[in-house]
Design a protein around this ligand. Structure first.
Ligand code: SAH
Length: 279
C-alpha cells in the first residue's frame, strides 16, 4: 500500500524517504522535535512530518518546524507559562481518538519525548488503548541546548558524571523527592530542567552537599533558538542574576564548571550559536 509517496510533496528532500518506515493509518508516532533549531530534528521526525494527517504538538515545539507539514491539521497541546494548558489525560484521549479515526498521528514534543516530557504517560495510555505506537527520540535540550551554549557536558579528567534532574515535581513545588545534598556529592555536572522558579532553593540545597557558594551556574534560556541567551552566575547569586538579566522559561540551570568561556562575576550574554572562529 502506498501511503504518501515522497514525490507528492514539492518540497520533499531528495532522500530515500519512500523506503523509510511509514507512518501508517491509525498509528501514533511519539516523536521528539529537538530543542528548537529545526536543523536538530531527526530524519525520522522529518519523515513523519511529511506523512502526518494530524500533528499534536507541545508549546515548546518551534512552529517553523510545523511549516514542513502543510498537509497536516495542527492541534496545540501542552502548557506554556501563563497560558491555559491542556490536561494530560485530555491529550492522551485526543491521541487515542485521532488514531481510532484512522488518521496518521504525529505527537511532536519538545526535545526528547522520554526526557521530562511525559512521553512515558502518553505511551502507556496508547498501549493500554491498544493503539499502535512508534517512539522516535529527539535531541534533548539538556544535551543539544548546552552544546549551542558552549557548555561541554563531560570533560576527561575533570567532569566525569552528569545528572539530569527536574527542578519541580508534579505538585509544582521544588522537587521534594530529590536528595540535593547527595546529588551535590555524586555528580560533577547537574543539569536542572524546569528549575527557573526554584533556582534559589535548589542552589542553596546543593551548598550543604559540599558545593562552593561561588561555583559556576550557567543559565541557558531558549537554547538553539534566535532568543537563546546564556548567563554565567554563581550558586549564591543565582536568583539575583536571573532577575537582573530578565531570563524567562524555558531555561536550563547547569551547575558545574564546564563552560568553554569561563564566566565573569557579572552575568554575561553569549551569542547563538556557540562558535569560535580561528584567529
Ligand atoms: N522533553 C524536553 C523537556 C521538557 S520539560 C526535552 O527533552 O528537552 C521542559 C523544560 O525543558 C523547560 O522548563 C526547560 O528547563 C527545558 N527546555 C526545553 N527546551 C528548552 C530550550 N530550548 N532551552 C532551554 N531549556 C529548554
Amino acid at each position: 500500500m502506498s501511503v504518501h509517496p515522497a514525490a507528492s510533496f514539492s518540497r520533499a528532500p531528495a532522500l530515500p524517504f519512500a523506503e523509510w518506515p511509514r507512518l501508517e493509518k491509525g498509528w501514533v508516532w511519539l516523536c521528539g522535535a529537538g530543542p528548537g533549531d529545526p536543523g536538530l530534528l531527526t530524519l525520522h521526525a522529518l519523515n513523519a512530518l511529511r506523512q502526518a494527517d494530524v500533528i499534536v504538538h507541545d508549546a515548546l515545539v518551534n512552529e517553523d518546524i510545523l511549516d514542513w507539514a502543510p498537509q497536516a491539521q495542527r492541534i496545540a497541546a501542552g502548557k506554556r507559562g501563563g497560558k491555559p494548558s491542556a490536561k494530560q489525560a485530555d491529550i492522551c484521549d485526543t491521541l487515542i481518538a485521532l488514531a481510532r479515526k484512522g488518521l496518521r498521528v504525529l505527537r511532536l514534543k519538545g526535545g526528547d519525548p522520554f526526557t521530562f516530557g511525559r512521553g512515558a504517560e502518553e505511551a502507556r495510555a496508547l498501549m493500554a488503548a491498544q493503539v499502535p505506537l512508534q517512539v522516535v527520540p529527539g535531541i534533548t535540550s539538556g544535551i543539544g541546548g548546552l552544546a549551542y551554549a558552549g557548555i561541554p557536558l563531560t570533560e576527561r579528567g575533570d567532569n566525569q558524571a552528569v545528572t539530569f534532574v527536574t527542578g519541580h515535581d508534579a505538585t509544582g513545588g521544588p522537587a521534594a523527592s530529590v536528595n540535593w545534598p547527595a546529588l551535590a556529592k555524586l555528580s560533577d555536572t547537574i543539569v536542572v530542567y524546569m528549575g527557573m522558579k526554584h533556582a534559589g532553593p535548589i542552589s542553596r540545597a546543593l551548598i550543604p552537599g559540599g558545593r562552593a557558594p561561588d561555583e559556576i551556574v550557567s543559565i541557558v534560556m531558549s537554547a538553539t533558538t534566535s532568543a537563546q541567551r546564556v548567563i554565567v552566575s554563581r550558586l549564591d547569586r543565582i536568583e539575583a542574576d536571573i532577575l537582573a538579566a530578565g531570563l524567562e522559561p524555558p531555561a536550563l540551570l547547569v551547575i558545574g564548571k564546564g563552560v568553554l568561556i569561563p564566566g565573569q562575576a557579572a552575568p554575561r550574554v553569549t551569542l547563538h550559536p556557540f562558535s569560535i572562529a580561528a584567529e
